[in-house]
Design a protein around this ligand. Structure first.
Ligand SMILES: *[C@@H]1O[C@H](CO)[C@@H](O)[C@H](O)[C@H]1NC(C)=O
Ligand SMILES: *[C@@H]1O[C@H](CO)[C@@H](O)[C@H](O)[C@H]1NC(C)=O
Ligand SMILES: *[C@@H]1O[C@H](CO)[C@@H](O)[C@H](O)[C@H]1NC(C)=O
Ligand SMILES: *[C@@H]1O[C@H](CO)[C@@H](O)[C@H](O)[C@H]1NC(C)=O
Ligand SMILES: *[C@@H]1O[C@H](CO)[C@@H](O)[C@H](O)[C@H]1NC(C)=O
Ligand SMILES: *[C@@H]1O[C@H](CO)[C@@H](O)[C@H](O)[C@H]1NC(C)=O
Ligand SMILES: *[C@@H]1O[C@H](CO)[C@@H](O)[C@H](O)[C@H]1NC(C)=O
Ligand SMILES: *[C@@H]1O[C@H](CO)[C@@H](O)[C@H](O)[C@H]1NC(C)=O
Length: 328
């Protein structure tokens, strides 16, 4: 009698676990391959073949189709995780979010198989040791709204084809070793993405076509850019945060018109000349730094301009007036 009950219970448990395994079998197979390719890291210990993969850590399934739509591999603690991006990620066709973050021992190139993931909306591979170039195949992922390849070991130039990503809201390629110019095709972005390219070795001028864009945040700091940056500004822009610091930009600031949306402007360590325009007093700056340039003349009085320290104005050619010493 007891054994019959036990058998029956066992059968029930087996049945219910089979029924509750909503995960698509093909997706599960691919995930187990990914785990193997990543050398079975402790981080993925919950990826147990006997359980429903929709319940696994770092995975998200679509509620209706139960296909894998999100894979985010993120390590908050230092680990011995050492691998390349597994080619098998290309076999999760419903993926909308793919993330590898804070994995210092993730090396090798951005896996070409990622080009197959045409449903991707968000791709973030950051704080890894990914190397090679920013591949032009990314331009095929036209559903992308977020592309973040920051804090890696990427080299080469930025592919002009990225401007085909017409749904992009945010582009981050900062903190790599990228060289070459900012593609002038960036002016063709219809979605006005925020553009963060700081801490690279980009050269050349900021393409004037950038002036066609109406982004909120642009950060081109710590590169080797030269020439004019005034196309970023203008009375009708929506830009709020502009960081152009530590480049070799050289243009006359005197006649630049600023939109009232601007709350943060950093141009320190460039070769910007002319005067600080009177229009700056109409703005409500939370952050301003024009130090280490070639500016001249009196700092206009008013607005938030006198709320900053000398360190935000010093080391210019002949800038004077509060908070700097009086003009003579
Ligand atoms: C990582 O370290 C843990 C504990 O030291 C060990 O159990 C595991 O096998 C290691 N994993 C790899 C991929 O070396
Ligand atoms: C890349 O690897 C080096 C050591 O090889 C390490 O010092 C560095 O922190 C790693 N970079 C990232 C972003 O994790
Ligand atoms: C973008 O996503 C939509 C659904 O949101 C899908 O119908 C379309 O095929 C995707 N685009 C591409 C290029 O796959
Ligand atoms: C970063 O890239 C450089 C060459 O571009 C290479 O020498 C170095 O080993 C890479 N670092 C890592 C940790 O992969
Ligand atoms: C930029 O290039 C110089 C050499 O020209 C190099 O020393 C520096 O590390 C590079 N910076 C980045 C962020 O790649
Ligand atoms: C800004 O907008 C105003 C009013 O819509 C327009 O008259 C002016 O030409 C615009 N200025 C620029 C530089 O686009
Ligand atoms: C930027 O957006 C604002 C508000 O949406 C609009 O008034 C302005 O004309 C736009 N400017 C440009 C250069 O597209
Ligand atoms: C402005 O830039 C200068 C030069 O890099 C720096 O010394 C100063 O601390 C900066 N001010 C702020 C508030 O960051």
């Amino acid at each position: 009698m007891a054994t019959t009950v036990l058998r029956f219970t066992l059968l029930l448990i087996l049945l219910s676990s089979a029924l509750s395994d909503l995960c698509n079998p093909q997706d599960k197979k691919v995930l187990l391959q990914i785990k193997k390719d990543l050398n079975n890291p402790y981080l993925l210990a919950s990826w147990d073949p006997n359980t429903d993969c929709c319940d696994w850590y770092t995975i998200e399934c679509d509620l209706k189709t139960h296909r894998i739509i999100s894979l985010t591999i993120f390590d908050s603690a230092p680990s011995n995780f050492s691998a390349q991006i597994p080619p098998s990620v290309g076999q999760l066709p419903y993926l909308e979010t793919l993330e590898f973050h804070k994995l210092p021992k993730l090396t090798g190139p951005l896996q070409p198989a990622i080009a197959k993931l045409t449903n991707l909306k968000s791709l973030r591979i950051s704080n890894t040791n990914l190397s090679g170039s920013v591949p032009s195949f990314l331009a095929q992922l036209t559903n992308l709204t977020f592309l973040d390849l920051s804090f890696n070991n990427l080299t080469g130039s930025i592919p002009a084809s990225l401007s085909q990503l017409q749904n992009l809201i945010s582009l981050r390629l900062d903190r790599n070793h990228l060289t070459g110019p900012i593609p002038s095709s960036f002016g063709l972005f219809k979605s006005n993405p925020d553009i963060i390219l700081s801490h690279n070795n980009l050269t050349g001028t900021i393409p004037p076509s950038i002036g066609n864009l109406n982004f909120t945040h642009i950060d081109l700091s710590r590169n080797k850019l030269e020439g004019d940056a005034s196309s970023i500004f203008g009375p009708n822009k929506t830009v709020q945060i502009v960081d152009l610091s530590r480049n070799q930009l050289s243009f006359d600031l005197s006649n630049v018109e600023f939109s009232t949306s601007l709350t943060s402007l950093d141009i320190n360590h460039n070769k910007v000349y002319g005067n600080l325009p009177q229009g700056l007093t109409a703005l409500n700056f939370q952050f301003l730094n024009v130090s280490y340039n070639r500016l001249c003349g009196q700092i206009p009085v008013g607005g938030t301009l006198q709320s900053f320290d000398i360190y935000e104005y010093f080391h210019n050619k002949c800038l004077c007036g509060s908070p700097l010493p009086k003009c003579t």
